[in-house]
Design a protein around this ligand. Structure first.
Ligand SMILES: Cc1cc2nc3c(=O)[nH]c(=O)nc-3n(C[C@H](O)[C@H](O)[C@H](O)COP(=O)(O)OP(=O)(O)OC[C@H]3O[C@@H](n4cnc5c(N)ncnc54)[C@H](O)[C@@H]3O)c2cc1C
Length: 428
């Protein structure tokens, strides 16, 4: 341990671990600190993370274009990170976005606007194909989509394992000289010559700057002087057991399903992935994302202990049985996740004060983590922005003291809606 680090990164999730490795790669003395994944959720207390899982989409079929660009900059470095660390954290996959041929407007509609998605991909030089109803049937014969639905496919996408991504980033960071401390930080304070960072165990360190990469739980950590404008929710994923990797031949699918002119499902259906219990599961994450506002560590702990919303199992099984009529599925179970959203629909990468940087992206922070980490490392080192993307794009929005997700939900009709879903074995 050193007397004074250049940067201490709080939070060893995808963004914190990526930030630490970019700092260490540039030769800066770096300590990255955060707890390891809890063993289970049934008796969990305190904060939780968004990456305790086996599968996340990594593709460019996103809006806004900035999300696709951040993902693309990250994806281009995946091979190098894998070679450096020997950790495999992606599998090649088709990414398929399926949507009604015509649909009503609304905030969710942009995320499934085929023209915008295709234009974004092509602007980045990524080949995608539009599929009409017949193409969909021919190219994915194992799946039965709702009539009058069309799609867009990126054939060189990935399913990214966020746990393994963190393993790779931390391996690269420590190999480049960073120190990893498995601690929960309870306080940061400005002192002469830097910031003192103190852990629950009593351990403390000094640095020139501190990065808070504390994920969806950021407003509940007590480390920020005022709340970020960033609603946070408990999300549920449903894992449905299947016989093995070949039980179902399907791409990673974002599906907005309309029936009688209204949406009956909007979310992700992932092909079979193997979870730490050794079993294979299809994962469905659907529309209950806004049902559980979370504002405090106690609320987060209580949500995690529920194990997720049991009612979501019915929705998941209905979607799967429509998609794969006649397919046999094993038992289904829920897992609790956390998701947050920014009203800008972009990450916040900003100075909190002259010694503190915040870096959060609640919805697409796995596929884009490596680039968000690189940008965050630059800001932490220089104390000012040095990328060709203007900094305004990532400026944090702050709420008034006392602002809560629950209060916002009660008082507004249209909160910024998270658009994702996903899961894990022991956790999420
Ligand atoms: C259901 C669901 C589906 C998703 N699907 C996708 C997808 O398909 N593609 C995609 O790219 N993204 C997806 N995401 C989003 C992605 O998982 C998150 O954006 C990503 O995990 C954010 O990484 P992070 O490092 O910011 O936060 P986290 O993963 O939450 O990690 C934060 C870390 O900070 C630690 N921490 C918190 N407080 C402290 C403290 N006081 N001291 C020390 N450490 C602390 C936590 O323990 C945790 O390890 C999905 C998220 C969910 C919930």
């Amino acid at each position: 341990m050193r007397d004074l680090y250049d940067v201490i990164v709080v939070g060893a999730g995808p963004i914190g671990s990526a930030t630490a490795r970019h700092l260490a790669d540039r030769g800066h003395s770096t300590l990255v600190t955060g707890p390891d994944e809890p063993a289970g959720f049934e008796d969990h207390r305190g904060l939780w993370a968004g990456h305790y899982d086996e599968g996340r989409l990594a593709h460019v079929l996103e809006v806004p274009l900035m999300t696709s660009l951040l993902a693309m900059r990250s994806i281009r470095r995946f091979a190098d990170l894998r070679e450096r660390t020997g950790v495999t954290f992606t599998v090649p996959a088709h990414s398929l976005s399926v949507m009604p041929r015509t649909m009503a407007g609304g905030s969710g509609a942009d995320w499934f606007d085929r023209d915008i998605l295709a234009r974004n991909a092509r602007d980045l030089g990524v080949e995608v194909s539009e599929l009409d109803e017949d193409d969909l049937r021919e190219q994915y014969p194992a799946l039965t989509f709702e009539p009058k639905h069309v799609a867009l496919v990126q054939r060189d996408a990935f399913i990214l394992n966020p746990r393994r991504l963190v393993e790779a980033e931390l391996a690269a960071a420590t190999a480049a000289g960073a120190t990893l401390a498995r601690e929960e930080v309870v306080r940061t304070e400005k002192v002469d010559g830097g910031v003192r960072v103190t852990a629950r165990s009593g351990a403390s360190w000094l640095a020139e700057r501190v990065v808070l990469a504390t994920g969806a739980a950021s407003n509940a950590t007590g480390l920020l002087p005022r709340p970020l404008l960033m609603p946070t929710y408990g999300a549920t994923i449903v894992l449905v057991e299947v016989d093995g990797p070949d039980a179902i031949d399907m791409p990673a699918t974002m599906y907005l399903k309309y029936r009688d002119a209204s949406a009956v499902f909007g979310g992700i259906v992932m092909p079979p992935l193997r979870y730490p219990d050794g079993k294979w599961y299809v994962k469905v994450a659907g529309s209950s994302l806004l049902h559980n506002p979370l504002d405090t560590a106690e609320e987060i702990g209580a949500w995690v202990r529920t194990g997720g919303r049991r009612e979501d199992i019915g929705e998941a099984l209905a979607v799967l049985s429509d998609l794969m009529p006649g397919q046999k599925f094993g038992p289904a179970r829920t897992r609790p996740c956390m998701v947050s959203a920014t009203p800008t629909e972009r990450p916040y990468i900003d100075m909190v004060d002259e010694r503190t940087v915040i870096a959060v992206e609640g919805e697409r922070g796995a596929m884009a983590a490596d680039e968000i980490g690189r940008l965050t490392a630059g800001l932490a080192v220089h104390g000012r922005w040095k990328d060709s993307i203007p900094h305004e794009v990532f400026q944090a929005r702050w709420a008034e003291p006392g602002w809560t997700t629950a209060g916002r939900n009660a008082s507004t009709i249209d909160p910024p809606a998270p658009r994702t879903a996903d899961a894990t074995d022991g956790a999420c």
